[in-house]
Design a protein around this ligand. Sequence first.
Ligand code: GAL
Ligand code: CA
Length: 351
Amino acid sequence: MRSKIKKFCFPLAISLLAAAVILLIIYIFGVRTRDQEPPTLRIGVAVYSQEDTFIGYLVQSLERMAREREAGENLRINVSTMDGKSSQLIQNEQVQRFIALNYDVLCVNIVDRTAAAYLIDMAADAEIPILFFNRQPVAEDLQRWESAYYIGAPAEQSGSLQGKIVLDLWENEQERVDKNGDGILQYVILEGEPGHQDTLIRTESCIQVLTNAGVRVEKLASDTANWNRSQAAAKMSQWQEKFGEAIEVVFSNNDDMALGAIDSLQEAGVTTQQYPIIVGVDATAPAQEAVRAGTMSGTVLNDGDGIAKAMLDLSLLLYHDEIPEQKLEIEEGHYIWLDYRQVTKAQLEGE
Ligand code: GAL
Ligand code: CA
């Protein structure tokens, strides 16, 4: 009887011991791997519209830089992007969702620049830093909370640089620009979305550069085409019909609309020699091609890479509880500015 029990218990004890050892190994291994797993910085990005060319580029640039940065640090960076489809209501819900999921940083390309207070208050309640970019909130709203920031490029500079491209042409090749030879610069303006800081300020400052230099100007027409290539083509067709050769310069608040103007001229069979002077802003790849080909006389680089890098730098500093002012140039406690740069054919060929 005794040996029977022995026979039965011994292997049982061995098996239990083995199982315990295995469980211990699994436990230790599990804890180890969990310890070694890097922490994750989760950035929630809400854009006004994913169809916008420049914004699409900027977000891609942010994602690429996040992947590069991950490799250098013991950290995962998760960038998750939501499309506001040009609706503030949709965007509010998307930001709310990021907050509910306890994201570490919010990056908002706000649909309606006057609607930031609501988002800032939500972010402040949840203590999640909120970084606005490209679409500038009203200054008083940004001041509601110390961890609300704006990262962008100074609109006035883009308009002035665009105006300067045209001023240089007027001063150096006036007979080419002033087609009717009346000493007055006749122009049209393709405007971005109404109410956008870049629309309002670019439209004003590009002309100011000319008038400040004493150039006489005459506006034939201006209208919004909402940053959009096909809307701009439709507008330009109407103006072509109405003014034809009388249009000497097309100022466009961005490149997509400048390219739309070119689409319409091409469609109408206008030869490139007869094109008016056409200038844009952004320096997208197709616009740079048009500048090289001479169909556009110039554009202004909107530094999407610089904006994306500043967003990432600031996100990392905030995530690590560092004081951003010590590492980044932050104006008035809330603003990071990236310069615009002029882009002409000579500059592109000199590169
Ligand atoms: C501007 C840019 C436009 C458009 C807009 C969207 O800075 O020039 O092309 O992307 O931002 O907010
Ligand atoms: Ca003229």
